[in-house]
Ligand binder design. Structure first.
Ligand code: HAX
Length: 436
């Protein structure tokens, strides 16, 4: 049996001529046009990035290597008795495009378990933060501190060939992916449950089960962790976190710099932090209502009050999607099966009944439907992770799977340093025909 790295090498060799041919023979073919509105509107919709790891269709949602989320959940190997697949299997799929066998995933789990040792200075970095610090700031700093371990940097200093950049990058990426859940769980225990202390990983467990174990959670939290990391792994390349990771790595900064930057981008309330914002916003509604479950009219009023005060409804809308996010649906189905009577789930479900119509009437949001963040806090809350500041750390662990896979392929295909062109307002006014 070929190990993941050998299989990846074969795939890279097969793919390289395609990229080379596109660049050499078709470099001048026009594939998109840029409108002035896109330049001042956050580059929305401009086709200017390339990735084969995932593709986001506005109406269908995300596909990983061509597979929809339900297909991913159905096809990837699972631990005995588990409802959700191994996270390691997803990493294998994202890197190679192939669904791994049980044996291939087990070999990868063993490999990753051997990469879990974390130098003491990382714990010291985490411990040195004040307890009021946001866990995303701590996670970013802890990942950054690991940069010292980069194999890519050592090889680069010794003069490695461009064709081989992907190899130490794969080593760095797999090392970081093995370690980041430990850092996340350590931050959780330190900030919120210092009395319990930190649990070191169990080498017999896979990434999802290990995370549950380190968080001090029983089943089915292992499946919750697997589901959570898998649905958050990738959303093609243009979103803030994925793009930041790619951009930083394009200057040949190593994966530790890139993933730390990715985490910083994810920490914004319009992106990953929206999952904590949903919970904060819902708690506000619960406080207003006392113990009473709000009526539909009261719910509508709360939504309108939020909009009228100039704020966004967290967990709704999307820059690309134009329908309910399948990542929302996966979690909703999990909730319907495992926690149908959870009071918070009922709130979120009731919101689903009122928010889209209100956003349509409000008339601004291009997509009135819920995104991944509308539902994810509910699941965590139900299983006792009520410290909602922590939710984006969970998102970061998941997102690192896609970002790292992309960076390995960026190196393999030799994509250059990213450098779009900017213009001044004067120039844009002139281009659109505004006379002074
Ligand atoms: N509530 C109220 N107004 C909204 C809205 C929402 N949920 N979503 C969009 N709008 C508004 C925008 O603020 C914008 O208003 P202005 O014209 O006054 O600036 C207008 O509708 C048009 O925006 P859009 O084109 O539909 O959306 P964008 O591509 O600009 O932004 C966002 C996409 C996800 C940032 C946006 O929908 C939003 O702010 N949603 C709430 C925050 C959220 O849930 N973020 C998480 C998104 C998923 C994700 O990345 N997870 O990590």
């Amino acid at each position: 049996m070929k190990c993941l790295k050998q299989k990846l090498y074969d795939k890279i060799e097969q793919h390289r001529p395609r990229t080379k041919r596109l660049a050499k023979e078709f470099g001048d073919v026009v594939v998109d046009q840029v409108k002035a509105g896109q330049i001042i509107g956050g580059m929305r919709g401009i086709k200017s990035l390339i990735t084969d790891i995932s593709y986001l269709d506005p109406y269908e949602g995300i596909r990983y290597r061509g597979y929809t989320l339900p297909e991913v959940f159905e096809k990837l190997p699972k631990a005995e008795g588990a409802e959700m697949p191994y996270v390691e299997g997803l990493y294998y799929l994202l890197l190679t495009g192939d669904i791994p066998t049980q044996e291939q995933v087990e070999a990868l789990i063993m490999d990753m378990n051997n990469r879990r040792i974390i130098p003491k200075y990382v714990w010291d970095v985490v411990d040195s933060f004040p307890s009021e610090s946001h866990p995303m700031a701590i996670l970013s700093a802890a990942v950054m501190s690991l940069e010292r371990e980069s194999l890519f940097n050592v090889k680069y200093r010794h003069g490695i060939s461009k064709m081989d950049y992907w190899d130490p990058t794969y080593e760095d990426a797999t090392n970081l992916l093995a370690k980041i859940p430990l850092i996340g769980a350590y931050i959780y225990n330190k900030l919120y449950h210092p009395e319990k202390g930190h649990r070191y990983p169990d080498p017999t467990l896979d990434l999802g089960a290990n995370f549950a174990y380190m968080m001090g959670k029983e089943a089915p939290y292992d499946d919750v962790a697997r589901m959570y990391f898998i649905i958050h792994a990738d959303h093609e390349s243009g979103n803030v976190s994925a793009h930041t990771g790619h951009l930083i790595a394009s200057s040949l900064s190593d994966v530790y710099y890139a993933v730390s930057g990715m985490i910083n981008g994810l920490a914004g309330p319009l992106h990953g932090l929206a999952n904590q914002e949903v919970l904060r916003w819902l708690q506000g509604l619960k406080e207003q209502m006392g113990d009473k479950v709000p009526s539909k009219e009261e719910m509508k009023k709360y939504v309108w009050d939020t909009l009228n005060s100039g704020q966004v409804i967290p967990g709704y809308g999307h820059a690309v999607l134009r329908k309910t996010d399948p990542r929302y649906t996966v979690q909703r189905e999990f909730c319907l099966k495992h926690l149908p009577d959870d009071p918070l789930f009922k709130y979120v479900d009731a919101l689903y009944q009122v928010v889209p119509d209100i956003l349509k009437e409000h008339g601004k949001a291009k997509n009135p439907w819920p995104n991944v963040d509308a539902q994810s806090g509910v699941v965590q809350w139900h299983y006792g992770v009520k410290e909602y500041d922590f939710y984006t750390v969970l998102f970061s662990i998941g997102r690192s799977i896609g970002v790292l896979s992309n960076i390995i392929w960026d190196r393999a295909l030799g994509y250059p340093i990213e450098r779009p062109k900017s213009i001044t307002t004067d120039m844009l006014e002139e281009m659109v025909g505004i006379s002074k």
